[in-house]
Design a protein around this ligand. Structure first.
Ligand SMILES: NC(=O)c1ccc[n+]([C@@H]2O[C@H](COP(=O)([O-])OP(=O)(O)OC[C@H]3O[C@@H](n4cnc5c(N)ncnc54)[C@H](O)[C@@H]3O)[C@@H](O)[C@H]2O)c1
Length: 254
């Protein structure tokens, strides 16, 4: 896609992570507006509570933010897929719903699969945690996304240089309007906004002006962290069971 053409975005979830709330810095929409400027065309917002989507659209229009003039509201990805075709096909979906809506092949928890079914070439930003399903289920989603060639980025929002300092890189921690990118090193968000950087890299790849390795946390990498957290939990619980501490039965197959 040419970087001069309209860039269609669909948000899945009209809540805090996508549209902001009382606590900074979560708000993907303001970063995407900054990155795309006049190219932005928010073609749809999907939310099971459509009034939440109508509310954020009304606020953007009231604030005269560009890109929301034609935004439609849908209660499901399937409904959006029927309507948003031709020049309304989204280039990017931003999945900001709860973990149980994604990272699985099971209906209702299969947002990524529904998105690819509706728009096979769509790119995705997916919030963390990746899922609440088993690692086996998430691996099936990895396979489906790889088969589709989907460009993905997961919201770990890593920051810092990608060279010899990689080993020091950490999850950024925010203090008011400042972002701690390395232990003890803080910078104003405006100077190196980790959220903007991640979304910007993803959009550049979708635009075809950057290679996939600029995305610091693609889905197939993020799934390794997901697996690790499950391994730690299961091992911890096994150890406690061996000591006679009983846990409620775990359904790791869901
Ligand atoms: N807000 C944060 O600080 C934050 C930080 C990191 C990660 N996250 C991730 O983002 C997710 C969402 O967080 P939030 O704070 O925006 O929550 P939120 O409750 O403010 O918003 C979630 C929205 O998703 C909608 N929704 C729920 N199920 C849906 C479905 N199946 N289809 C369409 N819409 C659906 C809800 O109606 C709601 O409007 C979290 O669960 C987490 O995975 C949030």
């Amino acid at each position: 896609m040419s970087p001069s053409t309209p860039f269609n975005v669909i948000y899945i979830g009209a809540g805090t992570i996508n549209f902001g709330g009382p606590v900074q810095p979560w708000n993907h929409s303001i970063r995407i507006e900054k990155k795309l400027g006049s190219r932005l065309n928010v073609v749809g917002i999907v939310d099971i509570y459509p009034q939440a989507a109508h509310k954020v659209i009304a606020k953007k229009r009231e604030e005269k933010v560009g890109g929301y003039e034609e935004t439609l509201v849908f209660e499901s990805i399937q409904d959006a897929g029927i309507v948003l075709q031709g020049d309304k096909v989204p280039h990017l979906a931003v999945i900001g719903t709860h973990p149980w809506t994604r990272g699985s092949t099971k209906p209702g928890s299969d947002a990524e699969i529904q998105l690819v079914a509706a728009w096979p070439k769509i790119g995705m930003h997916i919030e963390k945690p990746l899922s609440s399903s088993s690692v086996e289920e998430v691996m099936k989603v990895v396979q489906k996304l790889e088969e589709a060639g989907t460009v993905t980025s997961v919201g770990y929002m890593l920051s810092g240089k990608r060279d010899e300092e990689d080993h020091r890189r950490k999850q950024p921690y925010y203090h008011g309007d400042r972002c701690e990118v390395f232990d003890g090193i803080e910078i104003p968000i405006g100077e190196d906004d980790c959220y903007l950087n991640e979304l910007s890299a993803l959009i550049d790849v979708i635009d075809g002006i950057a290679s996939r390795d600029v995305i610091q946390s693609p889905y197939e990498d993020a799934v390794k962290s997901y697996k690790l957290t499950w391994d730690i939990r299961l091992q911890g619980e096994a150890t406690e069971r061996a000591r006679g501490i009983i846990h409620p039965p775990l359904d790791a197959s869901s």
